[in-house]
Ligand binder design. Structure first.
Ligand SMILES: [Zn+2]
Ligand SMILES: [Zn+2]
Length: 277
């Protein structure tokens, strides 16, 4: 998986080139999806592309409205089924524009053949900010986090297990630090999925692009006592071979500091439990 833009080619095919989309399967409840990047398309794909669309009922926790977090939605085949119902929880916009209107004005002609509200599915929009709420049996914490424009991070808890998602997170320009909200999201989480886009050398020239270094992601995990860290939102220019080297080096460091780290990949499935064996 990659951040910022989808990419294709041999150098990125093992970790994958889709943009941000993570499905959380809670078991008894409907799935919760973090973000609507190009990976969303594969949630509705079958081997036979001519097969009829299947209904989907679930929720999406949307961090923000950048393209790489929206572009999978109009290609989600289940939108063609009238029994599909998606509840999208996304950040309240600062200019007063409703979340629904923000989607309608972004997914519409001439940039897409039809408007998002012309699909057969029902899409319900929920505007949120620094909130605590429930989706079924799952507790959700949302907090604004530094990025570019209004951006949320999420913490979901079900069956005494917690997953935290900070896909796009601006690292401070100076000393490492966390906002109160970001710390609340990460503290003692069982799995932290965190922006790891840049090396320090890249960050030196892109320090206000809204992202984190791999080292900052490691520091966030350690300082908040996260049990596992998934490096996420890989830079599209980072090759799989380079990621292998980085993830291998960081795994050794993390082991000495009492947590685990790995690089997230397309179609990767991770079982999360409150106790790591
Ligand atoms: Zn992004
Ligand atoms: Zn972004």
């Amino acid at each position: 998986m990659r951040g910022s833009t989808a990419c294709h080619g041999q150098s990125t095919q093992r970790y994958g080139g889709n943009t941000s989309c993570v499905s959380v399967d809670i078991g008894s409840d409907s799935p919760i999806i973090f973000d609507l990047g190009t990976g969303l398309r594969y949630l509705s794909c079958s081997e036979d592309d001519s097969a009829a669309p299947k209904p989907f009922v679930g929720a999406c926790l949307l961090t923000h409205l950048h393209w790489d977090h929206l572009q999978g939605l109009p290609f989600f085949k289940s939108l063609l089924h009238s029994d599909t119902v998606i509840d999208i929880y996304g950040p309240r916009q600062p200019d007063g524009e409703s979340l629904c209107d923000a989607f309608i004005t972004k997914i519409c002609p001439p940039t897409f053949p039809i408007c998002i509200n012309e699909f057969a599915a029902t899409i319900n929009f929920h505007e949120i900010g620094d909130d605590d709420f429930a989706i079924g049996e799952t507790k959700v914490m949302s907090r604004f986090v530094p990025h570019t424009g209004p951006t949320l991070g999420f913490r979901v808890t079900a069956n005494n297990t917690t997953v935290t998602y900070l896909s796009d997170h601006q690292q401070p320009a100076g000393d490492f630090a966390l906002t109160t909200g970001a710390r609340q999201l990460c503290q003692n989480t069982d799995l932290l999925i965190h922006d790891s886009q840049f090396t320090p050398a890249e960050f030196a020239t892109k320090s206000n692009w809204g992202h984190s270094t791999l080292e900052f992601a490691m520091w966030v995990a350690e300082t908040t006592s996260a049990k596992r860290l998934a490096l996420f939102h890989h830079d599209p220019s980072r090759s799989d071979d380079a990621l292998d080297v980085i993830a291998g080096r960081l795994a050794g460091i993390a082991q000495n500091r009492g947590f685990q780290v790995f690089a997230a990949a397309d179609e990767m499935s991770v079982k999360v439990s409150a106790v790591v064996s």
